[in-house]
Design a binder for this molecule. Sequence first.
Ligand SMILES: NC(=O)c1ccc[n+]([C@@H]2O[C@H](COP(=O)([O-])OP(=O)(O)OC[C@H]3O[C@@H](n4cnc5c(N)ncnc54)[C@H](OP(=O)(O)O)[C@@H]3O)[C@@H](O)[C@H]2O)c1
Length: 330
Amino acid sequence: MTTATSKAIQITHHGDPEVLQLVQRDVGQPGAGEILLRHHAIGLNFIDVYQRSGLYALPLPLQLGMEGAGVVEAVGDGVTHLQVGDRVVYASNPPGSYCERRVMPAAQVCRLPDSISFETGAAMMLKGLTAQYLLKQCLPAQGLQPGDHVLFHAAAGGVGLIACQWARALGLQLIATAGSDEKCQLALANGASHAINYRSQDFAAEVQSITGGQGVKVVYDSVGKDTWEGSLACLRRFGLMVSFGNASGPVPPISLAALAPKGLYVTRPSVFVYAHGRDATQAMADDLFEVVASGKVQIHVAQRYALEEVRAAHEALEARQTTGSTILTL
Ligand SMILES: NC(=O)c1ccc[n+]([C@@H]2O[C@H](COP(=O)([O-])OP(=O)(O)OC[C@H]3O[C@@H](n4cnc5c(N)ncnc54)[C@H](OP(=O)(O)O)[C@@H]3O)[C@@H](O)[C@H]2O)c1
C-alpha cells in the first residue's frame, strides 16, 4: 500500500503568525474508526489563533485547524456512517485540518448535503454548530422566547453573522456589538435588532437604553477580557453570562460575589462539550444544514486565502480586519 504525502501547516513552537510553517508530511492509512479525507476547503477559526499563540497550549509539533470539507478517500474498520466518495464536512478534534489530505477520527465527520458547497461547508461547520448550541441549548433558566433580548458581542464575525440570522429566525431580538460602524451595519443587515459600536459607544449604557432599563436575558461574550465587566452590567436579574471566547485576552479571575446582586448564572462552554460523540454531533449538524438549506441562515465567506497564505489569514483575523467566515483554499 502506498503512503501519500500532503502539504500541511504546522508549528514547532508557539508565537506570532510567522511560526506557521508549510511542511510536506506522510498521510498514512486510516485505522479503526478513522477515515482518509481529501480537503476541498478548510475553515479558519479564532481557536486556531489561541492554539498557535499558546493561550491554549497543546503538545508540539502541532498541525493546526479544526474545520474542513472534502471527500472520503478511504475508510477504516468499524466506520459505518461514511463511504469512499462521500462529500463530508467536520468540526472536530484533534487539530490538523490545515492540509490537503489527512487521516482523522470519523465520529464527528458528517455527510455534507448536496445543496451545500465545500466552501460553504468549511466556512460554517464549527461556527454554525457553535451558534446552534449557543442559541438553542445554552439557555437561561426560563429558556428564551420570541421577543426576548440577548446581547451578542463581535456579531459581524464568523460565529456572529450566523448567530444574528439564526436569532432572527427564532424571533429573538439580538443586540449586536461590533468594532466599526460598517460592521454594525453588516450585523443589522443580517438580522440583529440593534447594533452598538463598542469601540466608540458605552455598550452597557446602550443596552440599558434599548431594553428600557431591564437588561438582557443572556450575554454571549467571546471577546473576554475587554467586555467581561460591561457584559455583567447588561444582564437582567437571573440572567445568564455565556463566556465562550477570549479574542481580547482571557477573562481575569472573578469574584463570585459580583454575581450576587442580580443572582446571575455564568457558564464557560465549548462547542465540543455539546457536539460530543456521533449522535449529538449529527443532530446539531442536521439542525444547521436545515437552517442553511432553507436560506434562513446564509454563510458569508468574506475572505479566501490559499493554504500557503495562512500567515496573512491569521494576521487579518487577529487584526479585526475580517467579517463573516474565512476559508483556506487548495
Ligand atoms: N467556546 C466555543 O464553543 C467557541 C466556538 C467557536 C468560536 N468561539 C469563539 O468565538 C469567537 C468568534 O470566533 P470566530 O472564529 O467566528 O472569530 P471572529 O468573530 O470572526 O473574529 C473575532 C472577532 O472578535 C472581535 N474582537 C474584539 N476584540 C478583539 C481583539 N482584541 N482582538 C481580536 N479580535 C477582537 C473582532 O470583531 P470586532 O472588530 O467587531 O470587535 C474580531 O473580528 C472567538 O472568540 C472564538 O474563540 C468559541
